[in-house]
Design a protein around this ligand. Structure first.
Ligand code: HEM
Length: 181
């Protein structure tokens, strides 16, 4: 079964010691991105945003007058079984199939005001994942740390972790900087 680890180690094996990742390498990180997407589906970093109705309209039996503010919710969209079967289940493979309906997966929003940092965020997350997965073993210090909602979901104690350098896989000297609060 494919995992982030096997995918990232396969990419790393083709690199010379100390060689940096390239854009092409990040394009091969397809399963890792599915995992990131599934994490963002279940625990979206942002809750949604406001839009202003530019005309009267009706939705699900409600009449929304022109000028009203409407809040679009990431969470309720991502947990809708109409779009994501068995929505509480962590299943990155759902992103491997071509069945995600437009505007149903919206961690970065959608439409003309969609997050302009999406591709940069994608790159930063994939490079981070590559380094963490291939260079370190990591352990949570607090095993059952709760997630609290301070507008965005946050680990209650800042997710302290212990990083163990994993020399077995350390052919690439580039390591991620991890800031633990
Ligand atoms: C995982 C990382 C990120 C997530 C989940 C995220 C999510 C979002 C969301 C939901 C919106 C609102 C979109 C909408 O209203 O349709 C947004 C807007 C925005 N994001 Fe991000 N973002 C991320 C990273 C970034 C980064 C790295 C940058 C800049 C380098 C950035 C810059 C912006 C800006 C400037 C807007 C406002 C766009 C506008 O109103 O026209 N974001 N982001």
């Amino acid at each position: 079964m494919l995992s982030c680890f096997t995918e990232q180690v396969e990419i790393q094996k083709l690199k010379a010691p100390g060689e940096f990742l390239t854009w092409n390498d990040t394009q091969k990180m397809k399963y890792t991105w599915c995992v990131v997407c599934e994490v963002m589906r279940l625990s979206p970093p942002g809750h949604g945003g406001f839009r202003e109705a530019i005309a009267d309209f009706s939705y699900a039996g409600f009449t929304i007058p022109k000028g009203w503010k409407v809040f679009w919710s990431v969470h309720s969209t991502h947990k809708n079984p109409k779009y994501f079967r068995d929505p509480e289940k962590f299943d990155p493979s759902r992103f491997e199939r071509n069945g995600i309906e437009p505007y149903s997966f919206v961690p970065f929003g959608g439409g003309p005001r969609m997050c302009p940092g999406k591709e940069y965020a994608r790159l930063a997350i994939l490079v981070f994942m590559h380094n963490v997965v291939t260079q370190f073993r990591w352990e949570k210090v607090i095993q059952d740390e709760k997630i609290i909602y301070m507008s965005i979901p946050m680990p209650a104690c800042g997710l302290p972790i212990t990083l163990h350098p994993d020399h077995k896989n350390s052919v690439n000297v580039r390591v991620a900087q991890v800031n633990v609060p």
